[in-house]
Write a protein that binds this ligand. Structure first.
Ligand code: ZN
Ligand code: ZN
Length: 169
């Protein structure tokens, strides 16, 4: 991972601003997120979080994560913004996904940008890595940070480590 500065940071913040606008379409009741995938200067995919297929019948935003059986590994309610952006890119620009960069942002319920903590979403980190997204960008308190997707996936599985969680030994 490395923090961006100068023109690189400026360009990244423009893409993050774009993701903020997209996040405003999110209908998830827990959080509003947006993601854009960029290849070169071109936006090749974008997405926000909402129930799968936007089926209201499938909305699970108010279900407690503790209520699911341990075999239910994905306890998040909606399709994630990153998943949507990846599927959008695969659908519309499949030949441009390899080597692309994904920008992610989360808003509070008033629409204000929330700075990201450490990566933890293994659903999205695995999917991004599998399709060839090369880099993942989060906006931390410390600045705009770019991760290689392999690193991002490993860190996501090691989230909260300190007691050996996430380490395959
Ligand atoms: Zn939701
Ligand atoms: Zn995710």
């Amino acid at each position: 991972m490395r923090y961006l500065s100068g023109d690189e940071e400026k360009t990244a913040l423009e893409h993050i601003c774009n993701a903020v606008v997209i996040a405003q379409n999110a209908t998830c009741e827990r959080s509003k997120c947006g993601a854009v995938i960029v290849q070169g200067d071109e936006v090749i995919g974008q997405g926000y979080n909402s129930p799968p297929g936007d089926y209201e019948s499938q909305r699970r935003c108010s279900c407690s994560k503790a209520s699911y059986h341990k075999k239910v590994t994905d306890k998040t309610c909606c399709i994630h913004a990153e998943q949507r952006a990846i599927m959008d890119a695969l659908r519309n620009n499949p030949e441009k996904v390899a080597g692309s960069r994904l920008y992610f942002i989360r808003l509070d319920t008033d629409g204000n940008v929330l700075k990201a903590g450490k990566p933890y979403c293994t659903i999205c980190s695995k999917m991004a890595l599998d399709v060839g997204v090369a880099e993942f960008v989060l906006w931390h308190e410390e600045g705009v940070c770019v991760y290689g997707t392999e690193e991002y996936n490993r860190l996501s599985f090691e989230f909260g480590d300190g007691c050996g969680y996430g380490r395959c030994v």
